[in-house]
Every structure is written in C-alpha cells, then in structure tokens.
Design a binder for this molecule. Structure first.
Ligand code: PLP
Length: 401
C-alpha cells in the first residue's frame, strides 16, 4: 500500500522502517559498524563508511523526510549541528535576515561564529512583513524563521515570508522544533529547509541530543549532504534509534500536551499574579489567526510573565511538578527561565529589547494530568503571595529532588 494513503498518525508506525527486510524485526536494527566490506574491486556498495552513510541513521533520515514531506532528510549530532551545517550553505559576503527572537544558540552562531567568516546578518521582527521586505539587500541569501518563536511564541506568516524570499531569490530556513511536522509542515508552504532540535518533541523523553534537517529539493539536499559529510557532525546510531523510537509516540504526546497547554494558558491568562501569557492558542494572541491558517494546532509551549525576578525565584522554588531546566518538548513538564538559560548568550540590552525580561518564564507542558499542574501552580502562587518578596527565603530547589 502506498504511504500516501495513511494519515500522519498511522504513518509514524507503518512506514519503510516498519519491518526489517532481512530479519522481520519490528524495530530498526542498530548498525554499529564504522566501515563496510566492499565485495567488488570496481564498484562499491551502498555503504562504505558510517560518516558518509549508515543504515540506522538513514532509517531516521528517511522517516523525517517523509514526515515533513521533503526530498531528503539528514541527521546531526545536535540541533545546533543541523542549524550550523545549514548555514554553511552561505559564503563570505552573503547576508542572512534572521528573526529577532531566535533560539539563543542560533543567535550565538550567527553573531560570534559566522560573522568571523564574513557572513553578514540583520535581525528583524519576522511578524512584520513590511519590515522584512525593507531589510532585504542585494546579497541577502537566506530568510531564517522560527515560528512560533522562542520564548515569546510570536507567529510568523510562513507563506508571506516565502513569497518575499522567492521574489528576491532567497532561500527560507525554518526552525520547526516547537511544533514538529505533527502540527506544522513548512515545506508544504514553500520553505526550503526545515531544521529541528530532535532533542525536544521528536524524541520527547529528555534522553537524547539530536538534530535534523529536511530539504524540499533534491539538488539542495545533495549540497547539504556534502556539507554534512564534510563537516562531519553526524548523529550516532544509538541516538538515531532513540529518536526513531520517540517518533512512534509523537502524535499522541503532542496531542495530549497541547490540550493541557491550552488549559494551563487559560488558567495563567486569568491569574492576577501573571502580567502576561504568551500562547498562540489564546484568541487574544497577536498571531492567533495566522497560526490557525498554517498549523494544525498551537503546540505545547507557552510563556508567562511575573512581576520581576524575585517573583520568578519564589514561584520556581515553590512549584513542585515541573522540572526546572533548560530544554522542552518532553514527557515531563519543563519550566525554564530564558533570561538565565536559553537566552543567557544574548547581551542584556538585546534580551530586554526582545521582551525577554527578568520576569519571564517558559513552560513546556508534558503528560501530567493538567489538573495536577494547575493545582501545583495555584499553591505556588499562594506561597508567593503570602510572603513579602523582600524577606522570602525559598527552599532551594535541590532539597525537593
Ligand atoms: C533546543 C533548540 C535548538 C538547539 O538544539 P540542540 O539539540 O540543543 O542543539 C534550536 N532551536 C530551538 C527552537 C530549540 O529549542
């Protein structure tokens, strides 16, 4: 049966990797070999050396290409390895237009590394198409977007950006980590390269660091493959297997977490201690209607703003269920503090300009019962309220572990 007959949910399980051709195994075999015997002196087999190609990694690469609707998928040792390798498509003198509230590691790569190799950049508010259009230069080669963005969940009009990119001979790169192809398929909307931190929702269990890139066009895919093989930041086979296993439950995890995130967002949006809640599923969110037109749902990540750092510290030390950590997209809820975590690499002035203030917290909603999460938040807000922020000595987080 052709794969096209299946829905995304079914395709996660019934695909090319469903049954091993030689053994019938229903889980992809982990091929540890670094090198492959060539039985013919003149013509080499499909695999020769595992940096260049490995059947376990290839199973994952084929899977993500299929899920994103691309011509080619490539697996890297981390999300940053995937993103950095994609940037190697640029040459000295090229210019990249990049979303201003981009992931902190991508910000560091652009401003501290690529700049040394003569790649120019401009940060823009990608939600403002007029501003984007006005910043495109003759040497602009790439428009780089992240939607919803991190950590303010701003929604970029993907079709609008693609139109501008095509009109100006630029490629569009999109970091799809927050929604995954379960909720957003950028290649279908004209994006050229989709990038992922597979560390997050795709693997989903906080137990692997991995990155993926998917390319719409086979020729561009070949260029990126050459860069992957040249730079060498490939994903190891054990980790490729872990991502493949995580993918099997992607649909059910993201459905459940998104439903809970919506409940949490509504709760937070109506809480007097919360100054602002950022979630694209709230009707009052600026990007609500664009989000509805380009995704299957708003996802499982939200952010909210408390008064200041002191309120945040007291809240974090009082809340019991979420882990307080960097990262997102896991079975357990993860609360993080962008100012000191994901965006610590960003200078204070830049950070504040982007609205990443000292009162901002990001929550990635996991698979706990949402009623338990809300009750936990409620007791934490009560504690924050009862004690004067100036003399509150919250219990150190470590004592609760
Ligand atoms: C985590 C993350 C990255 C970086 O991925 P790593 O796997 O940590 O290298 C890039 N983009 C976004 C949106 C992320 O959340």
């Amino acid at each position: 049966m052709s794969k096209k007959e299946y829905s995304f949910q079914t395709n996660l399980l019934h695909n090319n990797s469903k049954v091993d051709k030689y053994t019938g195994a229903v889980s992809v075999s982990i091929q540890h070999a670094s090198t492959f015997h060539q039985s013919d002196f003149d013509s080499f087999g499909k695999y020769d050396y595992s940096r260049s190609g490995n059947p376990t990694r290839e199973a994952l690469e084929e899977m993500i290409a299929e899920l994103e609707g691309g011509a080619r998928g490539l697996a890297f040792s981390s999300g940053m390895a995937a993103i950095s390798t994609a940037f190697l498509l640029l040459s000295k003198g090229d210019h990249v237009l990049i979303t201003e509230d981009v992931y902190g590691g991508t910000y560091r790569m652009i401003t501290q590394v690529l700049s040394r190799f003569g790649v120019e950049y401009t940060f823009v508010d990608m939600t403002d198409l007029n501003q984007v259009a006005s910043q495109i230069k003759n040497n602009t080669k790439v428009l780089y977007i992240e939607t919803p963005s991190n950590p303010l969940l701003k929604v970029t009009d993907i079709r609008g950006i693609v139109k501008l990119a095509k009109a100006n001979g630029c490629l569009t790169f999109l970091d799809n980590t927050f929604l995954t192809p379960a909720l957003q398929r950028p290649l279908d909307l004209g994006v050229d390269i989709v990038l992922h931190s597979a560390t997050k929702f795709l693997s989903g269990h906080s137990d692997v660091v991995a990155g993926l890139a998917v390319v719409k066009d086979a020729e561009l895919g070949q260029k990126l493959y050459t860069l992957q093989n040249s730079f060498g930041a490939i994903l190891g086979v054990q980790d490729a297997w872990l991502v493949l296993r995580g993918l099997k439950t992607l649909h059910v995890r993201i459905q459940q977490s998104s439903q809970s995130a919506e409940k949490l967002a509504n709760y937070l949006a109506n809480h007097p201690k919360v100054e602002e809640t950022y979630y694209p599923g709230l009707t009052q969110h600026n990007g609500y209607s664009i989000q509805r037109h380009q995704t299957e749902g708003p996802g499982a990540v939200l952010s909210f703003r408390l008064r200041d750092e002191k309120a945040v510290r007291n809240f974090v030390n009082s809340v019991k269920i979420p882990v307080f950590a960097v990262s997102l997209g896991a079975v357990e809820s993860i609360l993080s503090y962008p100012a000191k975590m994901s965006h610590a690499a960003m200078p204070l002035e830049e950070r504040l300009k982007r609205g990443i203030t000292d009162g901002l917290l990001r929550l990635s909603v996991g698979l706990e019962n949402p009623a338990d999460l809300i009750a936990d938040f409620e007791q934490a807000f009560d504690i924050v309220e009862k004690i004067s922020p100036d003399n509150f000595q919250a219990e150190p987080i470590i004592n609760k572990l």
